[in-house]
Write a protein that binds this ligand. Structure first.
Ligand code: NAP
Length: 349
């Protein structure tokens, strides 16, 4: 099969580097273009990321000597992955979509726009229907977004319960990795030996994005899920992997066995055989001391939500812990899976 040429916008950042790592040797996609700011444009990729390449593997051959371009819609590809700084991503992504590119992005700018899918393929693939409406704005181009890194782990973990029993309340406390703040991100003197009890805008993102994802799409309009969510977000001195303590109330009462069965039966993408889809998407650990970031973040190649400690809650119904890799499942891997779903459903021309 001839591979689809793709570009990575913001290719030099934390998420951009993950895209490079995950797209290298991808069976369907091949990186033909890398873009970044005018600080990097014109440089070789390895020169631009010298001293700040933070991925776990060396810069792949064939990427190191690519010339970085400006993020302008004259790139030799039809699909671009978005990892640009949120302060500038919005209009640039729209320019690409208006020029006929498929834009599959991590940035928050278009997540809550009413003709843009906020997609987790295992959870709300039917929301892709809204792309018919988006055509009025972008013609052959499109924009698809993935949720914020802390939202995605929680929503993926809870989706089977919402589908089967209905969620009415969620209380969540996050312990989020430093890579979630980009590079250089949080100063080491602020975070080492410490926990930072605020991540600007993160709690609002968890409380709003989750409702769109778990809500319905009817007659080209999204309606929010009717769930009360309270999020409390903290930065901890972990490199990768967001751990979350979650308490939930359900509309329909369930036993622990029913919850466990619901998690274990959840695998809605299985038949599609998407290369990046974790199989299964939710891994349930039985040990009392799991999940842990260092031990569990690479489960399903960093794409699975790992949950554990499913137990009764004295205030709501149930509580559990959930872990997901923030720059893979929460960012680059999420976008790549979104693009794979777009291809499988015939949206990539
Ligand atoms: P980062 O490490 O700060 O990287 C930012 C990237 O944006 C760099 O490639 C930078 O290029 C590029 N950029 C900056 N100004 C630009 C401009 N004017 N034109 C084109 N490119 C420009 O940030 P990050 O953590 O990778 O995050 C990237 C995006 O993903 C953000 O929108 C963030 O909110 C979102 N996100 C991040 C995570 C995470 O876990 N880190 C998770 C979910 C979503 P230069 O190197 O040339 O400056």
């Amino acid at each position: 099969m001839k591979k689809i040429k793709v570009g990575v916008l913001g290719a030099t950042g934390m998420v951009g580097q993950r895209f490079i790592e995950l797209l290298h040797n991808h069976p369907w996609f091949e990186i033909s273009e890398v873009g970044a700011s005018e600080r990097s444009a014109g440089k070789r990729y390895d020169e631009a990321v010298e001293g700040r390449w933070k991925a776990d593997t060396p810069i792949p051959e064939g990427i190191a000597d690519l010339e970085l371009k400006l993020c302008k819609p004259d790139l030799d590809c039809k699909l671009v992955f978005g990892a640009m700084d949120r302060s500038i991503a919005g209009p640039i992504e729209e320019e690409f979509a208006s020029s006929g590119y498929a834009v599959v992005t991590n940035s928050k700018n278009h997540r809550m726009v009413d003709d843009v899918p906020l997609l987790i393929p295992e959870v709300n693939s039917e929301h892709l229907e809204i792309l018919k409406k988006q055509k009025e704005r972008f013609g052959d181009g499109l924009i698809v977004t993935n949720p914020n890194c802390s939202t995605i782990g929680m929503v993926l973990a809870l989706a089977p319960l919402h589908e089967q029993f209905g969620l009415s309340k969620i209380m969540v406390t996050t312990m989020q990795a430093v890579s979630g703040a980009g590079y250089p991100g949080v100063p080491s003197l602020d975070v080492l030996d410490n926990v930072l009890p605020n991540i600007g805008g993160e709690e609002e993102k968890m409380e709003t994005e989750s409702l769109k994802i778990l809500g319905n799409l009817e007659n080209n309009q999204f309606s929010n899920a009717k769930i009360k969510i309270s999020a409390d977000c903290n930065r901890v001195a972990v490199k990768d992997g967001h751990l979350e303590s979650i308490s939930i109330e359900l509309n329909e009462k369930a036993t622990r066995e029913q919850l466990v069965e619901s998690f274990r039966n959840f695998n809605p993408l299985k038949e599609l055989n998407l290369p990046t889809a974790p199989n299964p998407p939710i891994v349930l650990r039985d040990e009392e001391d799991r999940p842990q970031p260092r031990q569990d973040r690479n489960e399903g190649n960093g794409m699975a939500a790992v949950i554990g400690r499913v137990r009764e809650c004295n205030v709501l119904d149930w509580k559990l812990n959930a872990l997901s890799h923030n720059t893979i499942r929460g960012a680059a891997g999420a976008s790549i899976l979104n693009a794979e779903l777009l291809k499988a459903k015939g949206y990539l021309k």
